[in-house]
Design a protein around this ligand. Structure first.
Ligand code: DLZ
Length: 172
């Protein structure tokens, strides 16, 4: 059966604004480190490829995905940022822990983005098993870290354009 899934690594490079003047935070959860580090690499390489300067990318690690919103808040307090990417991988187990973590992280990041005016990007995989995670961390469905990096550039550029007072239709 053909997959209806979008490849997470595919995007129109020419439609993306330059990231040269944009500042990013990246928070990476250590749980399922093989996966989250691959997502981080995908995200980082995407930001650099589109011109972001290494000194404008601030990365911290937190123990698990549940700590991603708190880590993002700490980053936002420490640096001037145009977007924050939260990277994690919560694999479904025998209990419902994944639902509690995923819902908390999604809500926490949403609230943080609205409260701080810094877009927070959901770079969290929520797979049923490890294979589904590998498939989305550089495997057959691409790398969600790349998708998160692209989203961060778009939202950061949007924020900067509005702060500069650009008028009319703004879309990246
Ligand atoms: C406890 C826990 C479990 C069972 N599973 C995961 C997971 O699959 N992915 C993840 O990022 N973190 C997991 N954690 C850890 C929690 O996110 C958190 O770090 C702890 O509950 C401590 O607050």
């Amino acid at each position: 059966m053909a997959s209806a899934l979008k490849n997470l690594s595919q995007y129109d490079e020419n439609a993306l604004p330059s990231a040269a003047d944009l500042r990013f935070g990246i928070v990476v959860a250590d749980w399922n480190a093989q996966i989250t580090h691959a997502l981080y690499q995908g995200c980082l390489e995407t930001l650099l490829k589109h011109g972001a300067k290494e000194e404008n990318i601030h990365m911290i690690q937190v123990p698990g995905s549940f700590e991603l919103p708190a880590g993002a808040r700490l980053l936002a307090g420490a640096h001037k940022l145009d977007a924050i990417v939260a990277i994690g991988c919560v694999i479904k187990g025998e209990t419902n822990h994944n639902e509690y973590i995923n819902n908390s992280v999604a809500l926490g990041l949403t609230n943080l983005g609205v409260a701080t005016n810094i877009p927070c990007i959901f770079g969290v995989l929520t797979p049923n098993d490890e294979q589904q995670a590998l498939d989305r961390a550089g495997g057959k469905h691409g790398n969600k870290g790349i998708e998160a990096g692209v989203t961060a550039i778009r939202m950061a550029a949007l924020k900067q354009a509005l702060q500069k007072g650009e008028k009319g239709k703004i879309g990246f």
